[in-house]
Structure formats: structure tokens, C-alpha cells
Design a protein. Structure first.
Length: 517
């Protein structure tokens, strides 16, 4: 499989430290990016931080810091979080970078040249937290007269000069595009909400502010700074070198998928494609909105003290164990609940018992009974062929599921094979064959090694560090770890290293989690 693939996270807003939700989005995109790289594609994986806007300016001032200093600090925390989560992004865009400001200005100028921006004045209810003006039909009015946005954010009445984007002109074009490209928005819930929102009627969109200065100046009118979403959404073009058509990364546009949280789906599925249409640029192929995380059944909240630090969780449970759990627990796209009990159960049942024991039982017998030497592939029984055929089909099944962004279903395909391999080893009982038929024992162990190799290779995007160690123990060289290499058997005669357990069982103690001996 060859070609290019472009995937993006949203750029994360620098009004607070990263939490498990940010890690979840990043890890999901990392799994997808790594999968496509191992499939033979050239991948551009884009992430970054959104650093402009009134909320950032206010947060900085509240801490006695300049906005740039504040943005530098929080952006650094996001970069460190991604490093600790094993995120393999090859572009990190910061909206305070000069390259980004140039891309945002170029996009503005192109849209303006095409007649889609005009100067007016805006008067309406504004949410600083959401960085958005809120329509009357979306406002909740409370008994004391206060008003809140759908997000619960308080609203204030704002009137100021503003440049507007002629969004109303794109209503029919957007609806036609959704119909012609039914996979553009996913999953189904956000898709229905977006289409309903557009059919209900669009209004021209305020895209500049004069009441604060922390933003990208509007070309030709420095009294205005760009409305944060026009600025922020342009980051995807920044990553491909826009407006330089000769940029080495220009060929990576349009993006194959923007992965976003469902709370910002509207910006990516309505405003962003309209901006691109107005500029005469290709639209991304897909926008996929995932759900929110709760913690032990409750919404994450600073006031409740249950905001989860992904780095601390990785230190406690193991990075790959955390990555596996986040991708395995719920269908990607739905809301998710973080539970320590569920995490530990997944670790003990699926990682330690299912996968860990399969590898340990197989490799310990190769070490003990075959002096650690990988045997030849011998004559195959019907049961051998059935298991090997199931293993050969795994890359095809996973490619289909990853293509649909069904990340947990792709893992289920792996676990079907793991369960089949465990049933096979129990039925074949190579520890008994050692006494009755040593050659058949060697044949069975070779089948198991070949199957575990497929499993470890295909699980690399989810658990890169641990699967690298498993492939080491299987005698698979680094140049043999891409998906196409599975078509070539590992040569017999390789001496395998002494096997070591990769997934220790965890036991929940009174106050923390301890590794059992």
C-alpha cells in the first residue's frame, strides 16, 4: 500500500493544562497515523496549540503574565504531554508562530479578494469561554436574568465593529456537499446535528474583533484581530506550507481526516468548509467528532477535583496499557467513562492473561524445548491452516476497521485471533507433544510464533513500545516489522532471546495499584 495520508488533531486551546481528553484525541490520531505508516504510506500527522483570543489574554493577565509568556508555558505542557504519550506527530503548529500568521493572513486575503468578507458591526450575546457569538434560539435565560450558552458558559452583550464572512451564501453549497459526500461528517449523531443546523438557516459570521488585541491582525486594518476560529482553523493550511504551492508538504492537502471533539464539530463542518470554498481550496475528505470523557461516571471538573492527568496515569499503569485501554474501552466516536476498575480488568484479562500468557507460554517452550532456536515451518494440519488463515486475514480486517475509524473494533479483530490462538495451544498441548511427538511439538510452536508475530506487528500502532519488545523476543528484525513483511516468514534457525513477561498482573491495593510478584 502506497500513497499519502494526512490526519490532524484539533489544535488544543492553551487556557489550561492538558488532561485525559486531550491525550485521548492525540492517541487515537497517533494509532491511525502509525497504522498507515506501517501500511507503507507517507503520513503527515498534524497537531498543535491554539494560542490567541480573549480568553487566553484574560487568563494570562489573571496570572500576571504576558499572553505570549503564558502561551509558551501551556503550549510546552501540551508538547511534553504528547512526548510522554508516545505521539508521533510530525507537525506541531502554534498559532503564535510567524508561519501560521502568514498562512492565516493569506487565507483572509484570498477570501476577501473573492468577495466574501465585508465590514459591518456586530451586536449580540457573546461567550468568552466558547469564543463565539450565540444565537437567541440557543440561549438559556435564567430566573435572575442571566444568560448562558449551550455549553453553560455565561454570556455578555457585545457591540463592536466587525468584519463579516458571507456564510449565508454557502448554505446550499454546504448541504449539497454533505449530500454528495455522505462520509464527510462522522459519526452519525454529529452528522445529523450539523445538517439540521445548516438547514435551519445560516447567518453571516463575525470574523474579527476590536475589543482585544491578542490575535492575528487583519490584513490592511490593524485595529481588528481575526476572530479566533478563522485564525485557528487556518492551522491545517499552515502545516502544509500554505500559501506556498511549492512547499514540500503542499501535496498533503486536502487532509484525509480532521479528528475533533464533538463540541467543536460545527466549526469544522460548517465554518471551515465554507472558508475553504470561499478561498477556492479543496475541502478535507472527512471530519470525525468523538465524544467526551467522564470519570467514574461523573463529568470531569476542576471543582470536583477529578480532572485526570494522562502523564500520571501512564506512570502508574504503564504507557501502553493506558493507550490500549483508551482505544479499547468504547467505540471511537461515543462518550467514554474512565474507571480504574475497568482499566485494571482490561490489563489483567486481555493483556496479562490473553496476550501475555499466549506469548509467554509459546516462547518459554521454544526456549526450554528447542534451545531457543526458531524451528522450520513443518507440515500443516487442518487446524494449523485454519489458525494461520485467520492470522493472514487480520491485516485486511484491521485495515477496513481503521479506515472507518473503528479503533476498538480493530482491536476486537486482534482479540478474536488471540482467543483462537489460546484455544489452539490448549488443544494441541505442545508440553505433552514433547514426550509423544517432538517434531509435531516443533511444528505447533512454529505456527504459534508465526501467529504471535502477526498479532504483535498489527498491535504496534496501539502499543508501540511493548510490541517492539515482543517482536524482539520473536526474533523479528526492525526492517521486518511493517505489514507487508508479514508475507515473508522469519527464517528458521534464528536464536530467540530469553522470553520475559511483558504484561504483569495488577492488583488493586487499598490506596494504589501494585504489581504482583
Amino acid at each position: 500500500m502506497t500513497g499519502r495520508y494526512t490526519i490532524t488533531t484539533p489544535i488544543f486551546y492553551v487556557n489550561g493544562a492538558p488532561h485525559i481528553g486531550h491525550a485521548y484525541t492525540s492517541i487515537a490520531c497517533d494509532v491511525i497515523a502509525r497504522f498507515h505508516r506501517l501500511s507503507g504510506k507517507e503520513v503527515l500527522f498534524v497537531t498543535g496549540t491554539d494560542e490567541h483570543g480573549q480568553k487566553v489574554e484574560q487568563s494570562a493577565l489573571a496570572q500576571g503574565m504576558a499572553p505570549q509568556e503564558f502561551a509558551d508555558r501551556i503550549s510546552g505542557q501540551f508538547q511534553e504531554m504528547q512526548r510522554r504519550m508516545g505521539i508521533s506527530a510530525n507537525e506541531f503548529v502554534r498559532t503564535t508562530q510567524e508561519r501560521h500568521k502568514g498562512a492565516a493572513r493569506a487565507l483572509w486575503e484570498k477570501v476577501a479578494q473573492n468577495g466574501h468578507i465585508y465590514l459591518g458591526a456586530y451586536e449580540g450575546w457573546y461567550s468568552t469561554r466558547d469564543e463565539a457569538f450565540i444565537g437567541e434560539d440557543e440561549i438559556t435565560v435564567h430566573p435572575d436574568g442571566s444568560r448562558t450558552a449551550p455549553s453553560g458558559a455565561p454570556l455578555e452583550w457585545v457591540r463592536e465593529p466587525s468584519y463579516f464572512f458571507r456564510l449565508t451564501e454557502f448554505q446550499d453549497r454546504l448541504l449539497a456537499y454533505y449530500e454528495e459526500n455522505p462520509s464527510f461528517i462522522g459519526p452519525l449523531g454529529p452528522k445529523r446535528e450539523i445538517e439540521s443546523f445548516v438547514r435551519h438557516g445560516l447567518r453571516d459570521l463575525s470574523i474579527s474583533r476590536t475589543s482585544f488585541k491578542w490575535g492575528v491582525e487583519v490584513p490592511g486594518d490593524p485595529e481588528h484581530v481575526m476572530y479566533v476560529w478563522f485564525d485557528a482553523l487556518a492551522n491545517y493550511l499552515t502545516a502544509v506550507g500554505y500559501p506556498d504551492a511549492d512547499s514540500p508538504k503542499a501535496a498533503f492537502w486536502p487532509a484525509d481526516v480532521h479528528v475533533v471533539g464533538k463540541e467543536i464539530a460545527r466549526f469544522h463542518c460548517v465554518y471551515w468548509p465554507a472558508f475553504l470554498m470561499a478561498a477556492g481550496l479543496p475541502l478535507p475528505k472527512r471530519v470525525f467528532a468523538h465524544g467526551w470523557w467522564t470519570v467514574e461516571g461523573e463529568k470531569m471538573s476542576k471543582s470536583l477535583g477529578n480532572v485526570l492527568d494522562p502523564v500520571a496515569l501512564a506512570e502508574e499503569f504503564g504507557l501502553d496499557q493506558l493507550r490500549f485501554f483508551l482505544m479499547r474501552e468504547v467505540p471511537f466516536g461515543g462518550d467514554s467513562n474512565f474507571s480504574r476498575r475497568s482499566l485494571i480488568t482490561r490489563m489483567n484479562v486481555e493483556l496479562a492473561n490473553d496476550l501475555g500468557n499466549l506469548a509467554q507460554r509459546t516462547l518459554s517452550q521454544v526456549a526450554r524445548n528447542l534451545e531457543g532456536v526458531l524451528p522450520e515451518q513443518g507440515p500443516q494440519t487442518e487446524e494449523d491452516r485454519h489458525l494461520l488463515a485467520q492470522a493472514a486475514l487480520l491485516p485486511v480486517l484491521m485495515d477496513e476497521q481503521i479506515g472507518r475509524l473503528a479503533l476498538n473494533e480493530a482491536l476486537e479483530e486482534v482479540w478474536k485471533l488471540i482467543r483462537a490462538a489460546n484455544a489452539y495451544i490448549d488443544h494441541q498441548a505442545p508440553w505433552k507433544l514433547k514426550k509423544t511427538d517432538p517434531q509435531r511439538m516443533a511444528d505447533v510452536l512454529r505456527v504459534l510464533v508465526d501467529v504471535i508475530r502477526v498479532i504483535a506487528t498489527m498491535l504496534q500502532p496501539y502499543m508501540p513500545e511493548t510490541m517492539a519488545r515482543m517482536l524482539d523476543q520473536l526474533g523479528v528484525g526492525e526492517e521486518e516489522r511493517h505489514f507487508e513483511a508479514l508475507q515473508t516468514p522469519v527464517p528458521a534457525g534464528r536464536v530467540l532471546p530469553k522470553p520475559q513477561g511483558l504484561f504483569p498482573r495488577y492488583v488493586e491495593a487499598a490506596e494504589n495499584v501494585e504489581v504482583s510478584s
